[in-house]
Design a protein. Structure first.
Length: 297
């Protein structure tokens, strides 16, 4: 029997890599931006008219299910219009919607340690036209969007034991081991797959300069057209050579992990303590701030 997998994120946890893997696996039906391996209703009809392909899984995948925002799927994102309610409200609505539509589905959640998640999420913010420096972002405070324990508990309340949770750190350290773990959880056959980095984050220097250029674009004549041109350029990192030149002329403080202080990270302590019971997470205890919960071996 073919089963349905809902891959809901988190953002910046190898989602693009996973989507390439889903699309390439011969036992998995997946289409980018589609639902359950179908691009649209016509694809469903066409498959019904053909021989059964013998898929074990149909996959619906988008990291924005774990962090819903109004402009999901669009190239030009209005950062001032994330959607109705708090991030937690939008997460709960997404979970309820998925459970209503696909009550028997399985769920895949991939997490990432807090320091790396903050930096990588900021990189994505910059790539869609963000103008704030990281220091402004992290000092503003507000609701933490990476309350892993709450999100996992919410999905397990709806989908029971069909929720799979894996660490991005395993994928980053050993992609083959991550794929083997996922293959074991899904019961699919290993196949020849070329691991490669996709959707690479911006460099520390680029993270400092792009918001400056975004603020400049907003002050230029024909602001709307210039902002659209800028967003297209930053999303594909087309201005990297220009930024390298600027930084040689006017060196700027890079945006790196040193800006994510231990005091700042303390605000996230306790948000992932539930992961300490999972052996696959124990090598990454410091990334998730639950090292104090582990007994010395």
């Amino acid at each position: 029997m073919t089963r349905h997998l809902l891959h809901i994120g988190y953002p910046k946890t190898g989602s693009t890599f996973l989507q390439h893997w889903f699309a390439a696996h011969p036992q998995i039906a997946y289409v980018h931006g589609g639902i359950a391996g179908f691009r649209d209703v016509y694809a469903m009809i066409a498959e019904a008219a053909a021989a059964q392909p013998g898929y074990l899984w149909r996959v619906t995948s988008h990291e924005a299910f774990s962090a819903p925002f109004a402009d999901a799927g669009r190239r030009n994102i209005d950062l001032a219009r994330p959607g109705e309610g708090t991030p937690a409200h939008r997460q709960a609505r997404a979970c309820a919607l998925l459970a209503e539509m696909f009550p028997d589905a399985h769920v895949l959640i991939v997490t990432r340690g807090f320091r790396a998640m903050i930096l990588s999420s900021y990189s994505q913010y910059v790539r869609v036209g963000g103008t704030d420096d990281l220091e402004t972002q992290v000092w503003q405070g507000g609701e933490n969007p990476w309350h892993y324990d709450e999100t996992i508990a919410m999905y397990r309340a709806r989908f029971g034991g069909r929720v799979v949770v894996l660490p991005y750190e395993l994928l980053a350290r050993d992609p083959a081991a991550f794929r083997a773990e996922l293959e074991k959880r899904l019961g699919v056959t290993p196949f020849d797959f070329q691991d490669r980095v996709v959707n690479r984050s911006l460099s520390p220097v680029e993270l400092r300069w792009y918001p400056r250029l975004a603020r400049l674009a907003r002050r230029l004549p024909f602001r709307g057209a210039m902002s659209r041109l800028y967003r297209a350029s930053v999303f594909d990192n087309r201005l990297a050579p220009l930024i390298a030149l600027f930084d040689r002329l006017w060196p700027a403080k890079p945006v790196d992990g040193a800006l994510i202080t231990d005091a700042l990270l303390e605000e996230a302590r306790g948000l992932s303590d539930g992961l300490a019971a999972d052996p696959i997470y124990r090598p990454f205890a410091r990334d998730y701030l639950f090292e104090h919960l582990l007994k010395p071996e």
